[in-house]
Design a protein around this ligand. Structure first.
Ligand SMILES: [Zn+2]
Ligand SMILES: [Zn+2]
Length: 346
């Protein structure tokens, strides 16, 4: 089958012919129908040292963890529940499916979990992908393949919005208008925030945020975010999200928060970062870090897509087949107005 294979840091992915995965007893093989490119994948191919003890991506790795597909084969323990042709998405890891963490929807912390796209378990930049039946979720007819591939980034945003413990009528500042910032804005609007303000250094990205629940946008390259927010909402934001994850972005979020405010750090900064703790201390900030999502976040996102209560389709700014995929992937490494670019295998 065709797959986009990582060769070396700084080199484009290569479309190669690799073996079709075989299912374990409790696995499914999905024929991939769509797979989004994630910023973390761009990062993985760009630097040798990911920080935090994360191993470098080995040559030969196939990434891709935001996908939808169609069941073509099920392992012997999964055949009763998963008929060929069933459309599904899946959490991007295979875990034990039996421990307390897994049963609570929290397989990200299962001692036996293997993450997709880091070298040991191939991801979905390929024609077929192996997923765990326990980690898979059916896609109803109301959720098309591309929307199905958006469930993962939507779940990231949902989990982050959940950690903010947002109350209806509160005000929100989202720093960063990438797919995760937009997903956070979408859910904050959904849960009844009064003002959902998105700031970014790229004006086109700020403008796009209005389609995903942002009530206002701030072009942080040309205006002071806190001053503008106060003019919009009359006070500092109740909740500030860092949806950037570069050195300095946490400090920006803390600086924008009011006394007693909440900060949610959703951006994953993989370099050492400095913050000035006294700023957070004197404001008694509640700072919450978030990592991935629970299986329940996937289920809720799917249900809201199916009911037509959220529509992230305009986040998808481009789709490519295998031929154009390595170039499209490389192009996202330089400043761009693209949002979510998707591989749609041909
Ligand atoms: Zn991702
Ligand atoms: Zn487990």
């Amino acid at each position: 089958m065709k797959a986009a294979v990582f060769k070396a840091v700084g080199e484009p992915l290569a479309i190669e012919d690799v073996a079709v995965p075989e299912p374990g007893p409790s696995d499914l093989i999905l024929k991939v129908t769509a797979c989004g490119i994630c910023g973390s994948d761009l990062h993985m191919t760009d630097v040798c040292d990911h920080g935090g003890g994360m191993a470098p991506l080995p040559p030969g790795a196939v990434m891709g963890h935001e996908f939808a597909g169609e069941v073509v084969e099920a392992g012997r323990d999964a055949t009763a529940d998963w008929r060929p042709g069933t459309r599904a998405c899946a959490l991007p890891y295979i875990a034990c499916g039996a421990c307390a963490q897994c049963l609570a929807g929290n397989g990200r912390w299962c001692a036996g979990s293997t993450y997709m796209g880091l070298g040991k378990l191939a991801g979905a930049y390929a024609e077929y992908v192996r997923v765990g039946a326990f980690e898979a979720l059916r896609l109803p007819d109301g959720v098309d393949d591309r929307a199905g591939a958006m469930v993962e980034p939507l779940a990231v945003g949902l989990h982050a919005a959940g950690k903010a413990a947002l109350r209806p009528g509160e005000t929100v500042l989202v720093i960063g208008a990438g797919p995760i910032g937009l997903a956070i804005a979408l859910w904050c609007r959904f849960f009844g925030a009064r003002h959902v303000v998105v700031s970014d250094l790229v004006a086109d990205r700020v403008a796009r945020a209005a389609k995903f629940g942002a009530t206002d946008g701030i072009d942080a390259a040309s205006e002071n975010a806190v001053g503008r927010f106060k003019r919009i909402a009359g006070a500092r934001p109740d909740v500030v999200f860092d949806a950037v994850g570069v050195p300095g972005s946490q400090q920006l979020a803390m600086d924008a928060a009011p006394a007693g405010g909440r900060v949610v750090v959703a951006g994953v900064c993989m370099q050492p970062d400095r913050i000035l703790p006294v700023k957070a201390v004197t404001k008694e900030l509640q700072v919450n870090y978030v990592f991935m999502y629970l299986k329940q976040d996937f289920a809720f996102a799917i249900d809201m897509l199916d009911q037509g209560r959220i529509d992230p389709s305009a986040m998808i700014t481009d789709t490519v087949g295998f031929d154009g995929f390595p170039q499209a992937f490389e192009a996202l490494k330089t400043p761009t107005t693209q949002c979510k670019v998707m591989l749609v295998p041909d």
